[in-house]
Structure formats: structure tokens, C-alpha cells
Write a protein that binds this ligand. Structure first.
Ligand code: F6R
Length: 607
């Protein structure tokens, strides 16, 4: 949802801004721009489209400065265009913004003397600062502190002023912002990934913070205007962690990383027979689950599908009452919260606006304790929750979530066991889950070895306009996730149904042009799914069946993809990997931009 970057140094920062924007492109990529101050004037270079268009624009002339800000945009207000691209400027001021200014129309009414160059909500901020500078004394740092009092919504912003070429001022409320510390130079960005080439030392700003960044100093005030010191943290991420290596796309690289990162997610958290609560949950988490009587999971998109899968585990393995909701729905639904309900938010980024809002409102909604399952250690959710379980998947760059999803499942399985022990989960069952979790890295490698076969199967889908995914039990959320993956990267319309629902409507869609992809694990529901699939065959439908049943026959209507022997309780993980590959290959064959599908962004920090 837009990425911002800024730098102030004793060298030319333009290459730093551009490299940083490349690392932030996952947050939005419909236009980009940078601003520097040149001979006391603001100079902006902006371009519509992906970052490469901005690079082409920059290549037309020289652009050098020891101080600058940059932005990569995901449009919310106004179409992708040069005028709507950030930075926005007014008078002495130039600004980049990530977030949404909810009262921008109201503010605009007071700014009728200004010419608005863009349709964005962000532009009001720069006019506001310009107006304030005429009304009151104070430097840029003071003006930003005053200006943000008038803003409603969310923002991470960075501002420069032509008359103060020794500092960049930033502010944060509801959108992520880090300060990167260098030697005689300092930086700001939406995400540490953007700054790894220049530093590994970071300050994570808190909501309400405003900071003045100069080459040799950082000054931070909190929401009350008091000077504060924020802890400096060393990042363990390495520069190369966001490069594609030998892979054609980040998504493929991330799919193939799954055996390793699943191993990381398990590392140190299991004994031979048990999930080690202190290692998984820490002391406070262990205390919290002692008090838990039921679980409310909240998430969006793929993370929501992880939650739906875990519901089967919580309920079937351990009889733990569990509800799963989409964050944007739960947020406004006024749920009735029973005593002892643990709120579990699941998020790859830890910044998704709707999920974060639920977490922030958890206490007032009646949840006594909250837990975040998250991939980003310094994210807002990890910092806001009472306890957090990290998925340890490493940075995920492809917009379509893959390794973040399967590691969420792995962590949720461990949580189901830890919590389940306090309910009806037996120690034998626990040992069984632990064994199967340990088999997962090799089971996933075995599925990855089917990549060639899956790429051939993908050819049967490439010219289709629609696809139907079916599953039952835990196979149903797996089918939902597979449909989401296919639609978001291949742009084929895909829907998932609980297989038992087929005859209640969607069967009407089935003909030879509607491929039906069935998730059919060799479990108690196999016969049920088989009869649902007969309903498809009888209507001339074409089936692709994913199964670990070893004697499933193919016929003129049915293609079978046998995914081998699978740890039974962990089937959702293994089946999902095969379906990720299927979506990937269909998208590649259709020639879409797999890592940056149209209209999407990875980190959805707006409501
Ligand atoms: C789809 C995908 C999205 C995210 C969703 C929530 O591949 O990645 O559906 O899962 O936007 O994001 P997080 O998990 O960061 O809260």
C-alpha cells in the first residue's frame, strides 16, 4: 500500500532511493517518484507504471542530491498517473505519504486558494503545511507536529522543505515507518528491506511519533510532543534475502524455499514427542493459553484461509471451540465475546489495516488476551499483541503469499497442540502430530519434485476463463486458497466450493469449459468427495484430482495428480504447495506479471 523512502547523507542519495524503492515495489507499483532539493528548489521526477519507468525518466538527465524522498504508489484516490504520483509539492514543501487521509475532503474545502494537481488524498497534507507556515512560526519539525493534529486516518509521511536543507521530517500513525541509522547519514523507509544495503540498525517509530532526521542526529517526539528515545535494533536480515537468485520469479523461489522455511518454523519448538510451549509461546504465552477457553481467529485473504484450516485442527484434534472471521467483517460486526476467548490475528506482514484495527480494538471488544501469528518480527501486530508466534518464513516478496501461508499452518498446528493439551488432545495424538510435522520438509520436497508434471497439467487451464475448486473438511480451505492463488496471478476467475455444496447451485456451471479441480485427500471424506465428483463427470465436466490415494484411476474426464505419501494430519500444507505450483505455471503460461499482479499490493495498510 505505497512505500516511502528518504535519505540524508554526504553523498548522492538518488541511487539509494531507487534501490530502496525497488525493494518496496511489493507495496505498490502503479507509479513512482522521487524529490530532491536542487539550488533551493524542489525537483521532482515521477512516472506512471512500474519503477523501471521512473528509472527511464531519471536516465534522461542528471539528478544528484545528498537529500531526497521517494515513493512507490498503490492507487486508492485517483488513477495511476504522473499527476497522482508522489511526491506532492506546495510552496517550499514536498512530501510523500503512505496511508489514507480520511478527512481529506474536509481539509480540501479550507484550501480553496490552492491549485490541486492530483486527485489524491495525500496532497492536502502538503497544502496544509504550506498554509501553517504562513500562519505560525516554527521550523519544519514544529509544522509537521502541528499539521498532523488536523489529520484523520493513517499515515507514514516524509517531508522536506527547501529552506531547511539539513533535515527530513517524518511522522507515523497507523502505517509502518522505520529510521535506518548510518554513519554521518540516516534514512527512513516503510520497511527495513529497503534500507538493508545501507544499514542494519533501525529505530521502529511508534504511532504518534514525529522525527527530525539529519546526517548526524535523530530527534523524536511522541504523540504528546515529548522528546523520546526509541530503542535501536539490529536487523538479522541480509542484503541478498530479497533477490531472485536463479529463479525466474520471486514466487517460484518462495515456493521452493518451503522445505527450508518450514524447518525454520519448527526449529527448537519440538521435542521428539511434544511441542515445547516455552519455546513456542514464551512464558507469557504459556500463561495466556492456560486461561483460554475458546479461540477467535481474525485475518484477511490467504491468512484467513490459514485460519479456516486451523479451525478443523482446533476442533477435531482437541475440541477447542474456534471461530474464524475476516477482519473487515468482524471489525464492524460487534461480536459477542465469550469469557476466556483468545483473539488470534494471523498476518504475513503484520501491518494489514483491518486485522491491525481488530487487534488494536481487542480490549474494548472484550478479548482479554491477544496473540499475533506473523512473519515480520518488528511489525505493528507483533508489537501490539500480548504474545506473538513468528512464522520465520523470511521476507516474502512475491505478492501472492506462499511460504508465509504454509508456515502459518505449521505454527497453527503447533498452537492447536499446545492449547489442545488443556482440552481433549491426548499425549499420543500430540506425539503423532509432532512426528508428522517433522516429516513435512521432506514431504514438501517430494511435491516440489512434481513441478515438471504440474507445469504440463497447467497447459490444460491456460485458455480457460473460469475454474472451480472443490474440497471437503480441511480440503475446503485448501481449495479456497488455491482458487485465490489462481485468480490473483493468472486472472482466471476461480471459485472454491465445499464439494457437498456443488449440487446446491454451482453444478449449473459445469460443462467441458469449466475445469473442476478437486482436493481429494485419502481421508474419511474420500468417498463423499468421489460421489460429488461423479456429479461433475455426469455433466461432461473435466476433472483434475489432487490426491494421496494410490489407486485412483484416470478416465476420459479425469486427470489424477498423485502427490505421493503425505503426513496425513499435515495434508493441507502439502496439497497447498502443489496447488501453488499449478497457479504459478498457469500464470506464467498466460504471461502475467506473476510477482506483481495487476491492481494488487502485498502489504494492505489501508482499510
Ligand atoms: C494473497 C495474499 C493476500 C494476503 C492478505 C493479508 O496471496 O497474500 O490475500 O494474505 O492481503 O495479508 P497479511 O497476511 O499480510 O495480513
Amino acid at each position: 500500500m505505497c512505500g516511502i523512502i528518504g535519505a540524508i547523507a554526504q553523498r548522492n542519495v538518488v541511487p539509494i532511493l531507487i534501490e530502496g524503492l525497488k525493494a518496496l515495489e511489493y507495496r505498490g507499483y502503479d507509479s513512482a517518484g522521487i524529490a530532491i532539493i536542487e539550488k533551493g528548489e524542489v525537483r521532482r521526477v515521477r512516472a506512471k507504471g512500474k519503477l523501471v519507468a521512473l528509472e527511464e525518466e531519471l536516465a534522461k538527465g542528471s539528478c544528484e542530491s545528498p537529500m531526497g524522498i521517494g515513493h512507490t504508489r498503490w492507487a486508492t484516490h485517483g488513477v495511476p498517473s504522473v499527476n497522482n504520483a508522489h511526491p506532492h509539492a506546495c510552496g517550499d514543501f514536498v512530501l510523500v505519504h503512505n496511508g489514507i487521509i480520511e478527512n481529506h475532503q474536509l481539509l480540501k474545502r479550507d484550501q480553496s486558494q490552492h491549485h490541486f494537481e492530483s486527485e489524491t488524498d495525500s496532497e492536502v497534507i502538503v497544502h496544509l503545511l504550506n498554509d501553517l507556515s504562513g500562519q505560525c512560526d516554527g521550523d519544519l519539525f514544529d509544522l509537521v507536529q502541528k499539521g498532523i493534529q488536523k489529520l484523520q486516518g493513517s499515515y507514514a509521511l516524509a517531508v522536506m522543505r527547501t529552506t531547511e536543507s539539513d533535515s527530513v521530517v517524518v511522522a507515523r500513525h497507523g502505517s509502518p515507518l522505520v529510521i535506518g541509522l548510518g554513519v554521518g547519514e540516516n534514512f527512513i523507509a516503510s520497511d527495513v528491506l529497503a534500507l538493508l544495503p545501507v544499514t542494519s540498525r533501525f529505530i521502529y517509530l511508534e504511532d504518534g511519533d514525529v522525527a527530525r532526521i539529519s546526517t548526524h542526529s535523530i530527534e523524536i517526539v511522541n504523540a504528546e510532543g515529548q522528546k523520546v528515545d526509541r530503542e535501536v535494533k539490529e536487523s538479522t536480515l541480509e542484503v541478498g534475502c530479497t533477490t531472485r537468485g536463479e529463479y525466474r520469479h520471486f514466487m517460484l523461489k518462495e515456493i521452493f524455499e518451503q522445505p527450508v522455511v518450514i524447518g525454520e518454523a519448527l526449529e527448537g519448538r519440538l521435542s521428539n514427542i511434544k511441542v515445547l510451549d516455552p519455546m513456542l509461546l514464551g512464558a507469557s504465552g504459556t500463561k495466556i493459553i492456560e486461561l483460554t477457553k475458546r479461540v477467535q481467529i481474525v485475518a484477511c485473504g490467504t491468512s484467513y484461509h490459514a485460519g479456516l484450516t486451523a479451525k478443523y485442527w482446533f476442533e477435531q484434534w482437541a475440541r477447542i471451540p474456534c471461530e474464524v472471521d475476516i477482519a473487515s467483517e468482524l471489525r464492524y460486526r460487534k461480536p459477542v465475546v465469550s469469557d476466556g476467548t483468545l483473539l488470534v490475528v494471523i498476518s504475513q506482514s503484520g501491518e494489514t489495516a483491518d486485522t491491525l484495527a481488530v487487534l488494536n480494538e481487542a480490549k474494548s471488544m472484550g478479548y482479554v488476551h491477544s496473540m499475533a501469528i506473523c512473519n515480520v518480527p518488528e511489525s505493528s501486530m507483533v508489537r501490539g499483541a500480548d504474545v506473538s508466534l513468528l512464522t520465520r518464513a523470511g521476507p516474502e516478496v512475491g505478492v501472492a503469499s506462499t511460504k508465509a501461508f504454509t508456515t502459518q499452518l505449521v505454527v497453527l498446528a503447533m498452537l492447536a497442540v499446545s492449547l489442545g493439551r488443556r482440552f481433549e488432545l491426548t499425549s499420543d495424538f500430540e506425539e503423532n502430530v509432532v512426528n508428522q510435522l517433522k516429516q513435512l520438509p521432506s514431504a514438501v520436497s517430494q511435491v516440489l519434485a512434481l513441478d515438471g508434471r504440474i507445469s504440463i497439467l497447467a497447459q490444460t487451464l491456460v485458455h480457460k476463463h473460469h475454474a472451480l475448486f472443490l474440497g471437503r473438511g480441511p480440503g475446503y480451505p485448501v481449495a479456497m486458497e488455491a482458487a485465490l492463488k489462481l485468480k490473483e496471478i493468472s486472472y482466471i476467475h476461480a471459485e472454491a466450493y465445499a464439494a457437498g455444496e456443488l449440487k446446491h447451485g454451482p453444478l449449473a456451471l459445469v460443462d467441458e469449459d469449466m475445469p473442476v479441480i478437486a482436493v481429494m485427500p485419502d481421508d474419511d471424506l474420500l468417498d463423499k468427495v468421489q460421489s460429488n465428483l461423479s456429479e461433475v463427470r455426469a455433466r461432461g465436466g473435466r476433472l483434475l484430482v489432487l490426491t494421496d490415494h494410490d489407486h485412483l484411476e484416470e478416465d476420459e474426464y479425469t486427470t489424477v495428480l498423485n502427490i505421493g505419501t503425505v503426513p496425513k494430519l499435515m495434508r493441507p500444507v502439502v496439497f497447498s504447495v502443489a496447488l501453488q505450483l499449478l497457479a504459478y505455471h498457469v500464470a506464467v503460461l498466460r504471461g502475467t506479471d506473476v510477482d506483481r499482479p495487476r491492481n494488487l499490493a502485498k502489504s494492505v495498510t489501508v482499510e
